[in-house]
Design a protein around this ligand. Sequence first.
Ligand SMILES: CC(=O)N[C@H](C=O)[C@@H](O)[C@H](O)[C@H](O)COP(=O)(O)O
Length: 228
Amino acid sequence: MDLAGLLETLRDTLIVSCQAYPGEPMRDPDVMSRVARAAVIGGAAAVRVQGLADIRATVAAVDVPVVGLWKDGPDGVFITPTLEHARAVADAGAQIVAVDGTRRPRPDGLTLAQTVAGLRDTHDVLVMADCGSLEDAVAAQEAGADLLGTTLAGYTGERPRTDGPDLDLIALIAVTCEVPVIAEGRIHTPAAAAQARRAGAFAVCVGTAITHPSTITGWFVDAIAADG
Ligand SMILES: CC(=O)N[C@H](C=O)[C@@H](O)[C@H](O)[C@H](O)COP(=O)(O)O
């Protein structure tokens, strides 16, 4: 399938982000690839996976596209921060490479446009720009990104950290940009996922609420405690 066809398969679908964080019990490529398989059985049209080992294991385990990223560092520009990281993610088998899509300086000194072009020179992949604001999204579209994610809304200081998805930002990007927007970040219920789609999202990406049991458990524990 060509890249335009691949993009089209994501329209009006759910992407499930399968990530475990450093030190957590589920931080293991085999475990994460199994979580991804379980999400695909549930209907995920694609999965989003962090780290080269997890990407390799998941690409071998599922028959849907893998959105790959490589988180390096605790803050700042840490989602697939450089061209070298992006190429490694593509080498690991991801058909879609998610990169930091903010306007912040990148550690390798390249612009986002240079990163996208450099990746396209060597790999036949789609590029998802993880953005934190409308200004990021406009710049990422200009830089050549194929998909604009709201992944970093509420994490870069440009948007408030809303309890649920940043529906206003999803709608703003959808009306302003031609490149499809992926709603991602704090989508915690099926109703919120539907709202995000209605706001203009091309596809919806959910992580924590599906694949992070410790957080989900905490929600239930807190609800019981608050009621007591
Ligand atoms: C901000 C950041 O680092 N986001 C990360 C990006 O890959 C992940 O930690 C999130 O789980 C993912 O974006 C899905 O979002 P949520 O887990 O809220 O459904």
